[in-house]
Design a protein around this ligand. Structure first.
Ligand code: HEM
Length: 496
């Protein structure tokens, strides 16, 4: 036993020394080239502790000292952080080809996920339960009726995606696999979001010291199996001749796809379809529900903005009609509210990390191949060089302005930009501005319609007849996510 321990300790030391020497060698080679500035790091761990518990905030502070292009070493991983609209434009527009790869997390190597994934894959050129009913039931039980808004918003986003992808309400008593799927994806998202020391010190990958890969492998297998069941079911339906339905969903489209006649000339492999479907839940639920929640939290804190949204909705849609997709363009104030919420609270504050595909001369600095790149969309959205009064929630700033989040205005990039821009952006836009009752369909004009329902913002307004000073408990943590409770009965606003 003793000899095994000594062997492990010696091998660990040997690896650590080898790594330090290797890093030194690497640095010597680069001394002649100008690197971006950055704080000095510790041996082996580098600047990991400089990130703190909220990396986007800690990095924003480092910008004051080192400027908008910052260099860090996270373990053995070279990292560059971009923190101004100008630098983001250079990166995502002029150098997008060099920086369009992704830095993968170790946990995404399970079940060949990375090979099938769009979001973490290598770059290759080729409604919710009724809130009112639940509140009424709680009141009947003598409870306060405080609503856990994040919970409803997440369920809503999950079900909307379930309908678009698979034409089913996953979180419904009729769908027995739905709850297990919901749980498995939730756990997998948690493993993916836990900082993994093996990502920073790759020689530890083999040991999986926090057990994250093992946990991810288990929960991802559960989720993949359920999606596979849905896909098999659909293929059975095709065999029975049921494929001639009017409304094709995303799964139908993936199964029928036979190439675009340019870069892709074949059907999408079965395993990849399963991973893509799963990924839409990962990428689309938490992001959309967090953004909606922030928009609501900000509106509840700003009675004047809330009044304007209500007035606009009443004028354009009226009291008795549901919001339809075509209404969106006639709701400029609501659109401005969404932009302003995404400016201050982008759901993915550092975007999804990029990876440099080749040595690149970027704004006069040498960025080596395989450097990880963070773009701090959170800091850019609050940069006083780009925004007047940047910390104030002021939707009016977008009225009469052409600034949009579609990847062309680099001061507002909650969905990223360039080749790896969020593919769900337009869907997210609709989900943020609207609410589904899970039976949406495409109307004769090609618009998505939701027969019953309205914008989530409107829901809060109409469900609670909101007192502007309603209680909001907000606590930002890692992904800048607010925790919002809305109670029709409380009348003070607090923020922590
Ligand atoms: C408010 C909602 C959302 C936000 C803020 C958001 C944000 C982002 C960001 C920042 C990226 C990385 C972009 C870059 O590197 O330049 C991304 C990528 C991605 N998003 Fe979203 N997203 C949202 C909703 C969605 C939805 C609804 C879906 C699909 C159902 C989706 C699917 C994806 C996918 C597949 C990628 C990877 C694209 C690639 O790597 O090529 N997202 N998203």
């Amino acid at each position: 036993m003793e000899s095994i321990c000594s062997f492990l300790v010696c091998s660990g030391l040997f690896l650590a020394i080898a790594m330090i020497l290797c890093l030194k060698g690497k640095n010597l080679g680069r001394r002649t080239k100008k690197l971006p500035p950055g704080p000095p790091g510790w041996p082996i761990i580098g600047n990991i502790f400089d990130l703190g518990t909220e990396p986007h905030r800690a990095l924003q502070e480092l910008k004051l000292k080192y400027g908008p292009v910052l260099r860090l070493r996270l373990g053995s991983m070279d990292t560059v952080v971009i923190q101004s609209a100008k630098a983001a434009a250079q990166l995502l527009k002029n150098h997008d080809a060099s920086f369009c790869d992704r830095k993968p997390l170790d946990v995404f190597t399970c079940h060949n996920y990375r090979d099938g994934s769009l979001a973490v894959g290598r770059f290759s050129p080729t409604g919710a339960r009724n809130i009112e009913d639940d509140t009424a039931a709680a009141n009947a039980r003598g409870e306060s009726g405080v609503v856990n808004l994040p919970h409803y918003l997440f369920l809503m986003a999950f079900n909307v995606i379930g309908n678009l992808m698979l034409s089913r309400d996953l979180l419904d008593s009729q769908c027995k696999e739905g709850y297990e799927f919901f749980q498995a994806t939730g756990m997998a998202a948690m493993w993916a979001g836990t900082p993994n020391v093996a990502d920073f010190l790759p020689f530890l990958k083999w040991f999986d010291p926090q057990g994250l890969r093992r946990n991810m492998s288990r929960d991802m297998a559960r989720a993949l199996k359920i999606v596979e069941g849905f896909v098999k079911e659909r293929l059975e339906e095709y065999k029975l001749g049921n494929e001639e339905k009017n409304n094709k969903d995303f799964l139908d489209t993936l199964l029928e796809f036979e190439g675009d006649g340019k870069d892709w000339h074949e059907k999408i492999p079965y395993e990849r379809i399963i991973i893509i479907i799963l990924e839409m839940f990962f990428a689309g639920s938490e992001t959309t529900s967090a953004a909606t929640e922030w928009a609501m939290a900000e509106l509840l804190r700003k009675p004047e903005a809330m009044r304007k949204v209500k007035e606009e909705l009443n004028e354009v849609v009226g009291e008795n009609r549901n919001v339809e997709e075509r209404d969106i363009e006639k709701l400029p104030y609501l659109q401005a509210v969404v932009k302003e919420a995404l400016r201050l609270h982008p759901s993915v504050p550092l975007l999804v990390p990029r990876n440099t595909m080749q040595d690149t001369n970027f704004m006069g600095y040498h960025i080596a191949k395989d450097t990880q790149v963070f773009v701090n969309a959170w800091a850019i959205g609050r940069d006083p060089d780009s925004w007047e009064d940047p910390l104030t929630f002021k939707p009016e700033r977008f009225l009469g302005s052409n600034i949009d989040y579609k990847g062309q205005n680099f001061e507002l990039i909650p969905f990223g930009s360039g080749r790896r821009i969020c593919i769900g952006m337009l869907l997210a836009q609709r989900m943020l501005l609207r609410r589904s009752n899970n039976s949406q369909y495409v109307d004769s004009h090609g618009y998505l319609r939701f027969p019953v329902g309205s914008s989530p913002v409107r829901d809060v307004i109409s469900c609670f007849r909101v007192d502007p000073s309603i209680s909001i408990l907000r606590k930002a943590f890692s992904l800048d996510r607010p925790k919002t409770s809305v109670s029709p009965s409380k009348s003070s606003a607090t923020e922590s």
